[in-house]
Design a binder for this molecule. Structure first.
Ligand code: GCO
Ligand code: MG
Length: 456
């Protein structure tokens, strides 16, 4: 049993609020309710001297919210220690309800009664417990628990998670932001605005992925094939637009910014190689996802053709899928979506593997990663040597109210809230105001002119 008097005493000793540096509104301290364990004196009176007492998981809850329209899934792991809980990102926007079920109907029961201190053990046993594994639904659910356990461990230690991962190797996280527009000029005008905000690295896109707005009057629609919301890919128009956009960007900015582009896998392999070779002269920082994961061996062909850095991996599920790309040096940047592979625990393993092959991290950071997921990205970014770059989002005031402690961006650098754990929380009253309305997968429905589905 927790000794209430000891706990109150520990609370009054807490220097946390004073220690948190201010980054605008985000300096709010959301972690003052739990006193870190005092190893030297066995504080809390629950364990042997200097030995961490068990921290029993009482409940694993799942919360959904959509403050900016996208359905976010957050896991909250509650423990037997008053006020001690952790939060994690389990967001899989295309399949919100199955993830909710995986947490509520399986992981909650699986975790109850287990010791929250043993992150690796919980990860390994949950991972293999279904026998069949590695799907995005189960991995995202597991990530929710995994990140929450790292959050709890940080709170127990009284340290931000990046400290537990080895401490800082950089003062902040260099990021890139997204510029886009229907025409190459509109995209570059947008990039100019981002440059004025302080971004040094900018991803440029003409329209949506694959520039589907450029496909005019596709034959399959004229013949009544497909469905009203389907969009169409015209590979020739897309390639022409991207080349023009890069040419314009270098003319406008010279070498003053780094340029990135996401091909989103939609070209046939040789078309992709042709485009990347032509982009080489514009010195891209990287080109992302030239081929789908079904086309892995094409990377070897691409590597023989040009020296454009390649980023890949947001669609990969299993940490083991990284072995071949690393050993063969197929990509330069690891684009893992951290919740998609199961959380901080597996992401750290892939990051460390990358160090051995000089392959750098560029964690996926789209709008369908929750602010909790962005915080997890940033804690790893601060601590691993082979950090490359971080994709970021500019979250609104409303989103920051739902997620107090969201990482902040200043001059293109991302800063974490410097409180124990991940430094971020979810305000459940605020979250409730923005229920998740629907699934978001219409945009994945893309076809060729004859109606053949195109894989992202
Ligand atoms: C990126 C992306 C995303 C994904 C999206 C899928 O930011 O690099 O490719 O925009 O398409 O997260 O839901
Ligand atoms: Mg991408």
């Amino acid at each position: 049993m927790t000794n209430r008097r000891d706990l109150l005493k520990a609370f009054s000793l807490l220097p946390l609020a004073a220690a948190a540096p201010a980054f605008g509104k985000q300096s709010i301290n959301n972690n003052t309710r739990f006193a870190p364990f005092d190893y030297a004196h066995g504080r809390h009176g629950r364990g042997e001297l200097g030995k961490l007492p068990k921290t029993i998981i009482k409940k694993v809850r799942v919360i959904t919210t959509a403050p900016y329209g996208t359905g976010l899934v957050i896991v909250k792991v509650e423990t037997d220690q008053p006020g001690l809980y952790g939060v994690g990102c389990a967001t899989f926007t295309q399949r919100v309800k199955p993830v909710v079920s995986a947490v509520a109907d399986f992981l909650d029961g699986f975790c109850r009664g287990k010791d929250a201190n043993n992150i690796e053990d919980i990860w390994q046993t949950a991972y293999q417990s279904s026998f069949w594994r590695n799907g995005p639904v189960l991995n995202n659910a597991l990530s929710g628990v995994d990140m929450a356990l790292w959050d709890i461990k940080g709170k127990l230690a009284g340290m931000p998670v990046y400290q537990l991962l080895g401490g800082k190797v950089r003062f902040a996280v260099d990021t890139y932001s997204h510029a886009h527009g229907p025409t190459p000029t509109a995209a570059i005008d947008h990039a100019e605005k981002l440059k004025e905000k302080g971004f040094r690295n900018i991803r440029i896109q003409t329209g949506g992925y694959g520039s589907t707005h450029l496909a005019k009057n596709p034959a399959y629609k004229q013949h009544g094939f497909g469905y009203p919301k389907d969009s169409t890919m015209d590979p020739v128009a897309y390639k022409r637009g991207v080349l023009e956009m890069f040419k314009l960007a270098r003319k406008r900015f010279g070498d003053s910014i780094e340029l990135l582009h996401d091909m989103h896998e939609r070209l046939e392999p040789m078309d992709a190689i042709d485009l990347i070779k032509k982009l080489e002269q514009y010195r891209p920082f990287y080109i992302e996802d030239p081929f789908s994961p079904e086309n892995m061996r094409w990377f070897a062909t691409l590597r023989e053709q040009c020296a454009v850095p390649i980023a890949m991996g947001e669609l990969l599920n299993n940490p083991h899928e990284w072995v071949d790309p690393m050993v063969n040096r197929w990509f330069d940047f690891i684009r893992i979506h951290i919740s998609q592979i199961g959380g901080i625990t597996p992401a750290m393993k892939v990051a460390r593997l990358g160090e051995w092959f000089n392959v750098r991290t560029a964690w996926h950071g789209p709008g369908d990663t929750s602010p909790v997921g962005h915080a997890a990205n940033a804690h790893i970014d601060l601590a691993v040597w082979n950090f490359g770059i971080q994709e970021c989002q500019l979250f609104s005031e409303r989103t920051m109210e739902v997620f107090p402690g969201t990482p902040t961006i200043k001059d293109g650098y991302m800063f974490v809230n410097e409180t124990p754990g991940l430094g971020i929380d979810i305000d459940e009253n605020e979250a409730r105001k923005y229920p998740v309305k629907d699934y978001n997968y219409d945009w994945t429905q893309v076809r060729k002119a004859d109606g053949t589905p195109v894989r992202p």
